[in-house]
Ligand binder design. Structure first.
Ligand code: HEM
Length: 490
């Protein structure tokens, strides 16, 4: 057990025996509270350090906002499940996004608006749609294959996250908006470049103690405004194209993707293209960095563990050896690769902090919590605790296959490691994300040898929190795989 774990087996909710203001926590300073102690893009690491010192429940103040930080997985899950009744997405997150110039999509809305949007998004991401979209996704994977083949033959290094973001943007634009943006085969990465300004800015502003940008615009704020304008233009184009496609006879009056469904539902109501655009940007926001960063972390972890890498490669070459003939059933059979994904997300969750806000006065575990308190779920703490996962720092995918020396102690490991959240707001894109990751990994492991993955300085990649948590500066070098006597060289 770790230092600071002075409390055990806390009920998820019960009778209050202490007050929020009596909880331990780091000492702050007037006005700023603890804001000056937190490096903005390492906020999750700072909270994890504090949780070692102060235990599973502690309090933090950022300017005027009071946060209850919780690392007990059962309590986090009970808060997440108690939405939308008792908790909501923090209101100021939506305010920040709206102030930037975007209308709110599913991730940021609450109440009835959330219920309506959720229904529509769930329908667009259901297994039937994913199956129907598989050929287009395969096309995107083949483009990534072409891009990496060219890099391997030229002996060049790949900027891993930049390429993976091209892949995830192309995949989402195809599935959710019906647009073939094909950033993988063009030199134009406009949309990613601008999204890369917007996502970190949201993360910075959400945790800012002073909203200085309302009074002074720094160069970064002016760059942000330019990026917002560019992304809005790209989104307008998605919407115009989708409106045209709805009118095509082939559409037969039925929406074929999320964007068409949103347009069909909104036509006749007084909602404008601005609201539709809100969901487009939300899908990009929620689906681009998260999936790309998970893949980047997975490659880093695989490269550092040659035995696991060999087993993943063997599975791919046995089940899905030919990228031009991938099927969705083959992807379903890649159990070891899937276990590698779960293990990656346990060690490197791209959403290490999950915030909710109390709708009214409430009790969390045994703590009396006032209305509007922000409750931060610290998602990695229990997932890397030896009470639940033996030798927790070890990358061991076998934990997820019910075997090996590191099988979880927890009855249900997915209740301890919750990379996609929990309850009614559980990530609706998780099946798409898993499919995207499996397809890219199968393409990579089946066709290339990985010569190197790492940061330029050769040290383990640093974690950077910028809306999603990703590795800093990972690069990859590939060569085309040699097959000898039917068996691939490793
Ligand atoms: C590895 C990839 C991904 C991870 C780890 C991830 C993680 C998460 C997490 C932690 C949440 C919050 C859940 C909660 O509040 O309980 C979430 C919500 C959401 N995700 Fe994902 N996500 C991923 C990929 C995607 C993709 C590909 C899409 C769609 C294109 C997507 C769309 C969304 C949306 C729309 C929400 C908001 C749901 C709501 O509030 O009702 N995500 N995701």
């Amino acid at each position: 057990m770790r230092q600071g774990d002075t409390e055990t087996a806390v009920p998820a909710s019960g009778i209050a025996t202490r007050r929020f203001q009596d909880l331990p926590g780091p000492k702050g300073v007037p006005f700023f509270g603890n804001a000056l102690q937190i490096e903005k893009n390492r906020v999750h690491e700072q909270f994890e350090l504090w949780s070692r010192e102060f235990g599973p429940f502690f309090r933090v103040r950022i300017g005027p906002r009071r946060l209850l930080v919780v690392s007990d997985h059962a309590v986090i899950a009970s808060v997440l499940r108690d939405r939308p009744k008792a908790f909501r997405r923090p209101t100021h997150h939506g305010d920040i996004v709206r102030e930037m110039g975007f209308e709110l999509g599913l991730f940021f809305v609450n109440d009835e608006v959330w219920k309506n949007q959720r229904r529509m998004v769930m329908a667009a991401f259901d297994p039937g749609h994913l199956r129907a979209y598989f050929p287009s996704l395969l096309n995107v994977v083949q483009r990534l294959h072409g891009r990496w083949d060219r890099a391997a033959k030229a002996g060049g290094e790949i900027d891993l996250q930049a390429d993976l973001m091209r892949y995830t943007v192309d995949a989402i634009a195809g599935l959710a908006f019906g647009s073939d943006v094909n950033t993988l085969e063009s030199d134009d990465d406009t949309i990613q470049r601008h999204l890369n300004q917007i996502f970190p800015a949201i993360a910075r502003r959400v945790t800012a103690s002073v909203r200085y940008w309302r009074f002074v615009k720094l160069p970064a704020d002016r760059r942000l405004e330019r990026s917002v304008r560019e992304v809005k233009m790209a989104i307008e184009d998605f919407i115009i194209q989708a409106r045209k496609r709805i009118l095509e006879p082939a559409a037969n009056g039925r929406p074929r993707n999320l964007l068409e469904a949103t347009i069909a539902a909104e036509d006749g109501s007084n909602t404008s293209d601005r609201d539709i655009a809100g969901n487009v940007v939300t899908m990009l926001l929620a689906g681009e960095d998260t999936t790309a960063n998970t893949m980047a972390w997975m490659l880093d972890l695989l490269y550092r563990d040659p035995d696991v890498l060999r087993r993943a490669r063997e599975e791919v070459r046995r089940i899905a050896p030919d990228v031009s003939r991938f099927t969705i059933d083959q992807m379903d059979e890649l159990n070891f690769v899937e276990a590698c994904i779960h293990e990656t997300m346990r060690l490197k969750p791209v959403a290490p902090l999950l915030p909710s806000q109390a709708n009214g006065d409430t009790v969390i575990a045994d703590i009396e919590v006032p209305a509007d308190t922000i409750v931060i779920g610290l998602m990695r703490r229990d997932a890397t605790d030896d009470r639940y996962f033996p030798e927790p720092e070890k990358f061991d995918p076998d934990r997820w296959l019910g075997g090996g020396p590191h099988s979880p102690n927890a009855k249900s490991p997915t209740r301890v490691s919750m990379p996609f959240g929990a309850g009614p707001r559980l990530c609706p894109g998780r099946n798409l994300a898993l499919l995207e990751i499996k397809m890219a990994m199968a393409m990579l492991l089946g066709n290339f040898s990985i010569d190197r993955v790492g940061a330029a300085d050769g040290k383990p990649a640093r974690e950077l929190f910028a809306f999603a948590m990703g590795p800093v500066g990972l690069r990859m070098k590939l060569s085309t795989a040699q097959m000898t006597c039917g068996a691939p060289a490793t």
